[in-house]
Ligand binder design. Structure first.
Ligand SMILES: NC(=O)c1ccc[n+]([C@@H]2O[C@H](COP(=O)([O-])OP(=O)(O)OC[C@H]3O[C@@H](n4cnc5c(N)ncnc54)[C@H](O)[C@@H]3O)[C@@H](O)[C@H]2O)c1
Length: 354
């Protein structure tokens, strides 16, 4: 397959996407950076790199050399820009959250079916050595049944972060720490152990003067009955993400690397001391995969080349939005919410207050 031409739309997190495309120069050719702030976009590129700048999304869509439109815009723009790109015959990579309601994800899925193009939602936290280690320990039976897990998304966000006008608002960000921050940890645990079947939640705004939540305590039960607790705040002293999974055969624990928990050094402690050597031997066999955005984009390239579905799928992203919807519903009703949610669920069209 030839190198795929890419247009990055949005020069914030788009800068990290560009860095990953540069690592995969045999697979992707970054062709455009599109941002309303041309100076910000221009600061990302090298003069001789052959990347063009524009503030006009239409110009990008009209370029036949663009195969992939990579959307790195505020959440409320994800659906409309994705639909335009699909209609223009492009495949799409889109930052999290994929959309702002279940209704929007379903609209996106209809457009995927209609156009025959693909949408790859970004969940780059999945890409790192620990994901491969955990999968191997689960596949070989060394981990055994999962009993329970705890997640911590304890980050620090203050006035600087919320100086960007769309953040912290229902209209721009569409949600708070549940939608913007803990979505990664929730994706990881459901990807590893199975989808959430029920959830209860307490959400509050305690740290910053914003409209959306910045603290949460969530209890979810995953398929098979695994109870998981998720503690979330944007008012910690520093940024740490931590995951602990208690399996029948071992306890797996992440380091506290905040934005790439699968790349840090995890520990895997056997419950029966005689199994530790087996676990250590199994782990030594795992090759180091490409981490983070580069790992994700590598999987996207492979899927487009072979028609496979190894990268994050639209169904995965739909489940993440379904879980967000259920969390808001549970917090507001004060009642446990079961999943999957039907199309007539009260917040199917969106959890945002009017
Ligand atoms: N995967 C991750 O770990 C991760 C990390 C940070 C942000 N994000 C997500 O990425 C998205 C963008 O976040 P960010 O932090 O980069 O935001 P940002 O505000 O820093 O950057 C967004 C950019 O989009 C540009 N823009 C806005 N409207 C536009 C339009 N119509 N056409 C062209 N450009 C436009 C803005 O000028 C701005 O430069 C959000 O959905 C966020 O949740 C994901």
């Amino acid at each position: 397959m030839n190198r795929l031409g890419v247009a990055i739309i949005g020069a914030g997190i788009g800068a990290q996407h560009l860095a990953a495309y540069r690592q995969l120069a045999d697979k992707f050719k970054p062709a455009w950076i599109c941002d309303l702030d041309l100076a910000r976009a221009g600061a990302l590129i090298e003069p001789d790199e052959g990347i063009e700048l524009t503030a006009d999304f239409g110009e990008v869509l009209a370029d036949p050399d663009v195969d992939i439109v990579d959307i790195c815009l505020p959440p409320h723009l994800h659906l409309p820009m994705t639909l335009k790109a699909l209609e223009a015959g492009k495949d799409v990579i889109c930052e999290k959250p994929i959309a702002c309601s279940l209704a929007e994800v379903d609209q996106m899925q209809e457009a995927i079916t209609r156009t025959g193009r693909r949408v790859f939602p970004v969940f780059q936290y999945r890409y790192g050595r620990a994901m491969a280690q955990l999968a191997h320990l689960m596949d070989t039976g060394l981990a055994g049944r999962a009993y329970t897990a705890t997640l911590e998304t304890h980050w620090s966000r203050g006035a600087d972060y919320y100086a960007v006008p769309w953040r912290g608002t229902w209209k721009g960000e569409q949600g708070g720490a549940i939608l913007g921050h803990a979505i990664h940890a929730h994706d990881l645990i459901t990807q590893l152990l199975g989808p959430a079947m029920s959830v209860s939640a307490e959400l509050s705004t305690r740290v910053n003067p914003i409209e959306t939540e910045d603290c949460a305590a969530i209890v979810m039960t995953l398929k098979g009955g695994v109870p998981v607790t998720s503690s979330v705040t944007l008012g910690a002293a520093d940024d740490r993400s931590r995951i602990r999974i208690m399996f029948e055969g071992l306890t797996a624990q992440s380091a506290d690397e905040p934005y790439a928990p699968m790349t840090g050094a995890w520990t895997y402690a056997a419950r029966a001391p005689q199994d530790q050597a087996l676990i250590d031997k199994a782990l030594a066999e795992i090759p180091e995969p490409r981490p983070g955005f580069a790992g994700f984009l590598d999987a996207v390239h492979s899927d487009l080349a072979t028609g496979s579905a190894s990268a994050v799928t639209i169904e995965d992203a739909r489940h993440s939005i379904e879980l967000v919807t259920a969390i808001y519903q549970a917090a507001r009703s004060g009642q446990r919410q079961s999943l999957p949610l039907p199309r007539n669920a009260p917040l199917y069209a969106g959890w945002q207050p009017n």
